[in-house]
Design a binder for this molecule. Structure first.
Ligand SMILES: Nc1ncnc2c1ncn2[C@@H]1O[C@H](COP(=O)(O)OP(=O)(O)OP(=O)(O)O)[C@@H](O)[C@H]1O
Ligand SMILES: [Mg+2]
Length: 234
């Protein structure tokens, strides 16, 4: 279980998350949706301690994470794929995946990069290409493959569909679902694309201006059209 209790997050003097509480089981698949600037990425970064200053308690598997650094949280099984992807442009696809394996928990076996790439049909034929030679969608899949190589218990995935063509977005649904099914990993997915989020998760958290406006199943969300109207419509 990952849990944030009454957290407040800040960038310098800007107060972004307000007394926010959130928790999910390590095997759950949860979407975080909300307008631009609602605080979705800040929530993910706050759980990882990767950017904002966070006040309040974040715990993982029943233990407080205190002020531990993001790389230490990765070693405990939390892997974030940030919005900006952060692949190595001057390494091949295979090298990118191999190096990412170093961030895995010490108890986890080392995964063969080729075995990781085999889970990503779109990437496999490109294994010897350099990062900079990939399209935006391919880079996004590589960022996900890199996270998988680090053996996460929960993956925090930030807007994987951003800037990706619709046909590739459809492929990504199958790829990410297969990845979660085969590894049993939990998924915390920030998304603007509700269709995509609905396909991959069982629960939806709606954020608005640094607070959680709704948290429930997709059925409960569908039964409350005013939530979408108030917090998601432009
Ligand atoms: N590094 C930063 N420094 C200062 N303010 C920031 C920083 N990153 C984000 N913010 C501000 O924090 C607020 C929340 O941003 P955040 O990135 O969490 O939103 P988001 O819901 O992920 O939006 P988007 O859908 O556009 O990705 C915004 O007002 C944004 O301008
Ligand atoms: Mg964001």
């Amino acid at each position: 279980m990952i849990a944030a209790e009454d957290i407040n997050a800040f960038y310098g003097p800007s107060h972004i998350l307000f007394d926010l509480s959130f928790s999910m089981a390590a095997t759950e698949r949860v979407a975080v949706v909300g307008r631009n600037g609602a605080g979705k990425s800040t929530l993910l970064k706050s759980l990882m301690n990767a950017g904002p200053r966070v006040e309040g308690k974040v715990s993982w598997q029943g233990r407080s994470l205190g002020r531990s650094a993001a790389y230490k949280r990765a070693r405990l099984g939390l892997q974030m794929v940030p919005e900006d992807r952060r692949i190595y442009h001057h390494l091949t696809v295979r090298e990118n995946v191999r190096i990412a394996g170093h961030a895995r928990p010490s108890s986890a076996p080392r995964l063969d990069p080729d075995a990781v790439l085999a889970q990503f049909p779109m990437l496999e034929p490109l294994r010897d290409r350099m990062g900079f030679q990939l399209s935006g969608g391919q880079q996004q899949i590589l960022a996900i493959a890199r996270a998988v190589a680090a053996h996460p218990t929960v993956m925090l995935l930030d807007e994987p569909t951003e800037g990706v063509a619709p046909a590739i977005v459809e492929d990504m649904v199958g790829t990410i679902r297969d990845m979660c099914d085969s590894t049993g990993m939990g998924l915390l997915l920030c998304e603007q694309n509700l269709w995509f989020a609905r396909k991959l998760t069982d629960r939806i958290v709606v954020m608005d201006t640094g607070r959680i406006a709704f948290d429930g199943t997709w059925q409960e969300f569908a039964a409350r059209p005013e939530i979408k109207e108030t917090h998601l419509a432009l």
